[in-house]
Design a protein around this ligand. Structure first.
Ligand code: PEP
Ligand code: MG
Length: 868
C-alpha cells in the first residue's frame, strides 16, 4: 500500500486519503501556485497506527524515509545538516477541517548543529535562535505534552528582567539563554535530553499528530459536528518558509470574502516579521490585509491574483494562509472558508448570480441547521438605547447574547447545566475552552483578532462572539473584569453584540429577526424546487403569523390544551374537571366556549385560507389542579366546597404514569361534552372568520388513537356539533376529521383507522416514547449516557429513529394509503423540523411536515435538498 504521497502526486479529490489540507496542497501544486513542497502521510497510515498498537510499521517508515530523501534532493537541503539545513513543519490534516483541534509543529529539524547552518544560510543569528526556541516550545507542548506555560513563564521573566515590552526586543544573547533554559525544562519534564536527531524529532512529531486525532478536544469537536471517529488524520510534512526573517517577511490569513457577511471583498489579517501561529493565536494584534497594499504592493497584487485563481478553481469562498519570505510569496494552505449563515447565503446567491454555480448547487451547499443562526433574535433597538455601553471589541461572530459572565470554561459548563444563561469571558480562548464555548450564549475575549481561535470557532458554531476587546482588563484568576473604574464580577450580567462588537452592562431584551434580501431570494429558490409542504406547530395567532413570515403553508398542529392554561380560564377549566356530573361539566364548558371561539377565530384569520389542523384536548387533567395543601384550601374556598372534598378529587385524578394515562382521546371518550364543546368552538370561530371575509380550511384532529373504535365513537360527535353550528349560521364549510398516529397499535392497524379518518398526522414524540418505552419526561436522565456509550447513535426524541420508529411510520403509511390512496399524511412531532427526519418523511411520501415557527425555513431547505 502507498502510505505517503508527494504533493505533486495527489489532487483535491483525494480528501479521504490525504485529508483536506493535503488534498488542497496537492491541488495547488498541480495548478502551479507557489506552495512550499513536501509530502502527506495518509489517513490510512493513521488508522494503521491505531490498529498496530500505537506503532508506525516499518513499511510506512520506509516510505516516509524515501519521500524525505526525495524532498531533501529537490530542495538541495538536508534535515539537521550543519550546512543549509532543511526545516519542515508537521501538521495534521483531517478529512473535515477541525479548526484549532489538531496540532502543528514548526521548524522541525533544528538542533544544536543545524542552527549553525541556519545562521549561515539566513545570515541572521537572532532569527535562528528565535526559531529554535519556538521549535523547542512547540515540540515539547505538542509532541511531549509539556505545558506551554512553563516556557512562557521563562519568556515573561526574561522580558521583565530586561524591561522589554515585546518579544521582538529580545537580544541574541537573551534568546541563547532562553534556548538553554527551554532544553532544561524539556529534560526535567520528559526525563531525557531534547532530541538532537532530526529523524527522531520527525517520528515523534508524526506520532503526536496521530495521537492528537484522539485528544479530548478533537473528540468533542467531532461529536459536535457529527464527524466519524474512524476517519483518522493525515500528516503533512512541508518545507518551512519563514515569515519572521525581517521586515520584508510576514505571514497572514485571508478569506476571499468576508466570512461574517459574505461581502465580496478580500478579508484578512497579517503580521510583518512573524511566524505562522502568531496570527491565529491572537498574541500580537494583526493588521488588516488592506494595509498590505501599501506595505508591500507587489506582494499584495500577487496575493490578490492567487486568491482569485483559488476561488475560481474551487468555486467557493476560500480561507488561505500565506507567508512572505524575504519578498517571496508562498501559499501554505487553502480550504473552503468557515462562514456564518448570513455569509453562506450571500456567497451562494452571489455565485449563482455570477453564473459560477446553479441554484441546485447553491441549495445543496447550505446546511439546513445553519439557518438557525439567521432566525435568532437580536437586541431590541429600544432596549439597546437605554443599555450601558461598556466597551467595543471586534464583531467576530454575529448575533446577540446576554448572560452571566464566567471566566473559565468549566464554570460556564457547570452554570449552564443549572439553566443559567452564561457568557464565556477569556483573555483569549484556546481549544481547551471548546465545551465552555458550546454551553455559553456567547463568547467575549480581550485579545485576538477576527481570525483568532475564539472568532473562528464561534462562527462555525453560530455563537455570537466579540473578540479582541482590549479595553476590558480581564483577570481570569480574580474572576473579574475591570473597565475604567468599573469592576464586573463573576455571575453579573453582561450583553454582547457580535454584529457590532459592542459590549454592554446588564442583560438586554431581544427581538426577532427580519427575513428578506438574499435570504428571501435563496428561500425563493428553495420553494421553486421543493415538492413537499411545510406547516407549523402554532397555538396562537402570534406564532402563526411569525410562521407564515417564515414560509409556513398551514398549521400542522394547534395544541388546544395550551389555550386552557391561560390564567383567566383556569377557574372554568378546574370547574370542568372537578364537576361530578354532566350538567355541572356542561356549565363549566359553556364558560370556556367563548374563549375557545375567539382563539380559533384569531387563528383562522391569521392563517387566511391556509389549512389549519386543530387538535382536541390532550393533557392529563391533574396538570390543571393544585397539589399543595395551601393551594387546595384556597381553591376550595373560591369554589365553595370543603377542602377535603377537593383534595379527594385531586387524589382521584392523580396518576402513576400520566403519559400513559387519562389523556388524548381517552378524555373525549369519557367526557364527550369536552369534545363537543371544542368542535362547536372550532365551527363558530371558523364561521366568524368567514364572515370577516376569510377562507377557512379546518382539519379537526383527534389525539392518541389506539383503536379505530375510539375514532368511530368520536367522529359523529364532532360532525354533529360542527354541522349543527353551520346549520344555525346558515353557511357551508368544508372540513375534515382525522387523527394523530402516535401509538404503536395505531400504526399496526392503520388500515382500519384510515376507513374513518380523512388524514393522519404522525405524533413522533409519543410514538418514540411508546415505541422505545422511554418516558418523554424522564429519558433525559439516561439518554445522554446512551449516546455517549454508543448504545444509541442519537437522541431519538431529536432525530427520528428511522430503523425502528420509522418502520412504524412506514407501516402506517402503507396500510393507511392501502385503504385510502388519497389519505393526507403529515408529521407534527419535534422531528418535523430536523433535517434528516424531514428527508425520511419525504421519502415516505408524506404530504407535509410541521414544526415550530423558527424551524420552518430549516424544514423548507431540508425538503428542497431531499427533492434534489
Ligand atoms: C407527538 O406526540 O408527537 C405530538 C406532536 O404531540 P404532543 O407532543 O403534544 O404529545
Ligand atoms: Mg402526542
Amino acid at each position: 500500500t502507498k502510505f505517503v504521497y508527494s504533493f505533486d502526486e495527489g489532487n483535491k479529490d483525494m480528501r479521504s486519503l490525504l485529508g483536506g489540507k493535503g488534498a488542497n496542497l496537492a491541488e495547488m501544486t498541480n495548478i502551479g501556485l507557489p506552495v512550499p513542497q513536501g509530502f502527506t502521510i495518509t489517513t490510512e497510515a493513521c488508522n494503521d497506527y491505531y490498529e498496530n498498537d500505537h506503532k508506525i510499521r516499518k513499511e510506512i517508515l520506509d516510505q516516509i524515509d524515501e519521500k524525505l530523501d526525495q524532498l531533501e534532493k529537490e530542495q538541495g537541503k538536508t534535515l539537521g545538516a550543519e550546512q543549509n539545513p532543511l526545516l519542515v513543519s508537521v501538521r495534521s490534516g483531517a478529512v473535515f477541517s477541525m479548526p484549532g483541534m489538531m496540532d502543528t509543529i514548526l521548524n522541525l529539524g533544528l538542533n544544536d548543529t543545524s542552527i549553525k547552518g541556519l545562521i549561515e544560510s539566513t545570515n541572521n543569528e537572532r532569527f535562528s535562535y528565535d526559531s529554535y526556541r519556538r521549535f523547542i516550545q512547540m515540540f515539547s507542548d505538542v509532541a511531549m505534552e509539556v505545558p506551554k506555560y512553563k516556557f512562557e513563564n521563562v519568556l515573561e521573566r526574561v522580558k521583565e528582567e530586561k524591561g522589554y515590552k515585546f518579544d521582538t526586543e529580545l537580544s541574541i544573547d537573551d534568546l541563547k539563554e532562553i534556548v538553554v533554559e527551554f532544553k532544561n525544562i524539556y529534560k526535567k519534564e520528559v526525563g531525557e535530553d531534547f532530541p538532537q536527531d532530526p529523524k527522531k524529532q520527525l517520528l515523534l512529531a508524526i506520532e503526536a499528530v496521530f495521537r492528537s486525532w484522539n485528544n479530548p478536544r478533537a473528540v468533542v469537536y467531532r461529536k459536535l459536528n457529527d464527524i466519524a471517529n474512524n476517519l483518522g488524520t493525515a500528516v503533512n510534512i512541508q518545507s518551512m518558509v519563514f515569515g519572521n526573517m525581517g521586515t520584508d517577511s510576514g505571514t497572514g490569513v485571508a478569506f476571499t470574502r468576508n466570512p461574517s457577511t459574505g461581502e465580496n471583498k478580500l478579508f484578512g489579517e497579517y503580521l510583518i516579521n512573524a511566524q505562522g501561529e502568531d496570527v491565529v493565536a491572537g498574541i500580537r494584534t494583526p493588521q488588516s490585509i488592506d494595509t498590505l497594499k501599501n506595505d508591500m504592493p507587489e506582494m499584495y497584487n500577487q496575493f490578490v491574483e492567487i486568491t482569485q485563481i483559488l476561488e475560481g478553481h474551487y468555486k467557493d469562498m476560500q480561507d488561505i494562509e500565506f507567508t512572505i519570505e524575504k519578498g517571496k510569496l508562498y501559499i501554505l494552505q487553502t480550504r473552503n472558508g468557515k462562514r456564518t449563515a448570513k455569509a453562506a447565503i450571500n456567497v451562494v446567491v452571489d455565485l449563482v448570480n455570477a453564473g459560477v454555480i446553479d441554484k441546485e448547487e447553491a441549495i445543496m451547499r447550505i446546511e439546513p441547521g445553519q439557518l438557525d443562526q439567521l432566525l435568532h433574535p437580536t437586541f431590541d433597538q429600544k432596549a439597546l438605547k437605554s443599555a450601558e455601553l461598556l466597551a467595543k471589541g471586534l464583531p467576530a461572530s454575529p448575533g446577540a447574547a446576554s448572560g452571566k459572565v464566567y471566566f473559565h470554561a468549566d464554570d460556564v459548563v457547570e452554570h449552564a447545566k443549572l439553566g443559567e444563561k452564561t457568557l464565556l469571558v477569556r483573555q483569549e480562548t484556546s481549544p481547551e475552552d471548546i465545551e465552555g464555548m458550546v454551553s455559553s450564549e456567547g463568547i467575549l475575549t480581550a485579545r485576538g483578532g477576527m481570525t483568532s481561535h475564539a472568532a473562528v470557532v464561534a462562527r462555525g458554531m453560530g455563537k455570537c462572539c466579540v473578540a479582541g476587546c482590549g479595553e476590558l482588563r480581564v483577570d481570569e484568576a480574580a474572576k473579574e473584569i475591570r473597565v475604567g473604574d468599573r469592576v464586573i464580577k463573576e455571575g453579573q450580567f453582561m450583553s454582547i453584540d457580535g454584529s457590532t462588537g459592542c459590549v454592554y452592562l446588564g442583560s438586554i431584551e431581544m427581538t426577532s429577526v427580519e427575513v428578506g434580501g438574499n435570504f428571501g431570494v435563496f428561500m425563493g429558490w428553495v420553494d421553486e424546487i421543493r415538492d413537499m409542504k411545510v406547516r407549523t406547530n402554532a397555538d396562537n395567532p402570534r406564532d402563526a403569523k411569525k410562521a407564515i413570515e417564515f414560509g409556513a403553508e398551514g398549521i400542522g398542529l394547534c395544541r388546544t390544551e395550551h389555550m386552557f392554561f391561560e390564567e383567566e380560564r383556569i377557574p372554568a377549566v378546574r370547574e370542568m374537571i372537578l364537576a361530578d356530573n354532566v350538567e355541572d361539566r356542561v356549565k363549566a364548558l359553556d364558560k370556556l366556549l367563548p374563549f375557545q371561539r375567539e382563539d380559533f377565530h384569531g387563528i383562522f384569520k391569521a392563517m387566511d385560507g391556509r389549512p389549519c389542523n386543530i387538535r382536541l384536548l390532550d393533557p392529563p387533567l391533574h396538570e390543571f389542579l393544585p397539589h399543595e395543601d395551601s393551594a387546595i384550601e384556597e381553591l376550595a374556598k373560591q369554589m365553595g366546597i370543603r377542602p377535603t372534598e377537593l383534595k379527594k378529587r385531586v387524589v382521584d385524578l392523580d396518576e402513576f404514569n400520566p403519559m400513559l394515562g387519562h389523556r388524548g382521546c381517552r378524555l373525549a371518550v369519557t367526557y364527550p361534552e369536552i369534545c363537543e364543546m371544542q368542535a362547536r368552538a372550532i365551527a363558530q370561530g371558523a364561521i366568524l372568520a368567514m364572515k370577516d371575509g376569510h377562507k377557512v380550511v379546518p382539519e379537526i384532529m383527534v389525539p392518541l388513537i389506539g383503536t379505530v373504535n375510539e375514532l368511530k365513537m368520536l367522529r359523529p360527535i364532532i360532525e354533529e356539533a360542527v354541522n349543527s353550528e353551520l346549520e344555525k349560521a346558515g353557511v357551508e364549510m368544508d372540513y375534515t376529521v382525522g387523527t394523530m398516529i402516535e401509538i404503536p397499535r395505531a400504526c399496526v392497524t392503520a388500515d382500519e383507522i384510515a376507513e374513518v379518518a380523512d388524514f393522519f398526522s404522525f405524533g413522533t414524540n409519543d410514538l418514540t416514547q411508546m415505541g422505545f418505552g422511554y418516558s418523554r419526561d424522564d429519558a433525559g436522565k439516561f439518554l445522554g449516557e446512551y449516546v455517549d456509550k454508543g448504545v444509541l447513535e442519537k437522541d431519538p426524541f431529536q432525530v427520528l429513529d428511522q430503523k425502528g420508529i420509522g418502520k412504524l411510520v412506514e407501516m402506517a403509511v402503507k396500510l393507511g394509503r392501502g385503504t385510502n390512496p388519497e389519505l393526507k399524511l403529515g408529521i407534527c412531532g419535534e422531528h418535523g423540523g430536523e433535517p434528516s427526519s424531514v428527508e425520511f418523511c419525504y421519502n415516505q411520501g408524506l404530504n407535509y411536515v410541521s414544526c415550530s415557527p423558527f424551524r420552518v425555513p430549516i424544514a423548507r431547505l431540508a425538503v428542497a435538498q431531499s427533492t434534489i
